[in-house]
Design a protein around this ligand. Sequence first.
Ligand SMILES: *[C@@H]1O[C@H](CO)[C@@H](O)[C@H](O)[C@H]1NC(C)=O
Length: 489
Amino acid sequence: MLMRSGRLVPLFSRYGVVLLAALVVYFIVRSPVASRFSHSNVALGKGEDALGPNKIPAAQGEEGNGGAAAGNGGLAKIYKKPGERYAPIEDPFPWLTKHNKMPPILPNNLPPNPHVPEHTPLFIGFTRNWPMLLQCVCSYIAAGWPASDIYVVENTGTFRSNKDAELSLQNPFFLNHTQLRTLGVHVLMTPTLLNFAQLQNFYLHTSLQRGWEHFFWSHQDVIVFSDEEVRKKDRDHDHDHDPYATIYERAVGLLRYLNGPDMPAWATHFFAYDHLTLVNRDAMLDVGAWDTHIPFYASDCDMYLRLHWAGYWQPQSEAGLIFDVSVSLDDVGALFRLPGSHATFGGDAALEALIPERPGKEVELRQEQEMKSWVDKEGETYQHLVQVAGRMQEAKWVGRGAFRNSWQARQSGGEGEPFHHHPEGFEQGINMLIDAGRRVFAEKWGHRGCNLLELGIEGKDAWKLEKDWDAQSIPGEEGGDWGKDWMGV
Ligand SMILES: *[C@@H]1O[C@H](CO)[C@@H](O)[C@H](O)[C@H]1NC(C)=O
């Protein structure tokens, strides 16, 4: 700019040497700082799991790191390298978009009509990843949970944007209210973005408002099935009239059993730990509900331990098959066994390559090929769906589960839409809050880890114990017993 302006040329020749010297000094001072920053590009590639479906290379230099000196008194802004981008996601349930109606449900999985006398609401919290949510909701409906009992809790922090259809499918916080309504599911909205512990307290609050003494809640990253082969395990069931009890029927049975005569006071019932949980509202309220200073991980230990110390029973059993997954089916319609909807998922092939030694793999793959035309005409089979869900669960734990939550960061679009967050920044913020929550837990109980029972720690000890590790050199969220769970396993 200086060179081009004719009037400034003489000025430059006079002060040019001084200017040049200043620039040289500037770059010498700046360069060690710059190189330090350029190496500290935090490995944000959370989505970088071994399977990495549909990754496309990040646009290089899109933030324009070219001009380092920003003209603000010599301070340079240096942009991080842009992270991984994923290919745009596809409509996870094309049949629903096309037909705009409730898909058919297997006759044996239809919910009891009329409704059982008990309230049996099921909360499913949602922040990110619509395909995973839709998959979860559809699996509950297809397995026999009454759709009208399912309450998706939209916890996106995007106010009315989803309700008003202002977000696009590529936006991580996208949720289609219309489609959930078509499925017969309710959508509740949190007033602002809540952390996990706050969301749990919101469930308690809602059930107080609505007079529900018990409720169920489920993680959004699960696929459930009614166990159609349960007869092998359950001799009491009347198989002449009912081939199997659905996950819903068994969950209701459990609720009745727990509320039966001469039962101890109970607080929760776990189905596959807390992937699906039955909650006794007043027990939770009795011990002070969830500690919102422990926002994510370890808040469960804190809650369940306090219930345990207060003398509440927290049994567990099975009600059906529950798979903990981090990917979604390419076509969620497969769960309803719609003709032509195949149970496939991105990353399946890569998973196969990673686990070559699985017994029976060859046979399984050959059968899968042979079944393709059958599925086109008749829809998926129970056995194949369960097999595929098993592989999806396996995929979550490949690479020792280092990237087990990468499903939360699959959509990377939505720039310019209301309340948009930088997807990786959002992820990073949550990860930092997870760490902070563990630090609070460690401070509260004097120990890094949930295995407080092993150590004889009790509820009355909260905030009173000296820390049992060298807190000067190691922060509370690191090391210790964070790998152990509160039951002592
Ligand atoms: C939401 O679902 C409705 C009904 O299937 C559809 O018409 C609409 O396009 C969907 N919205 C978006 C943003 O995909």
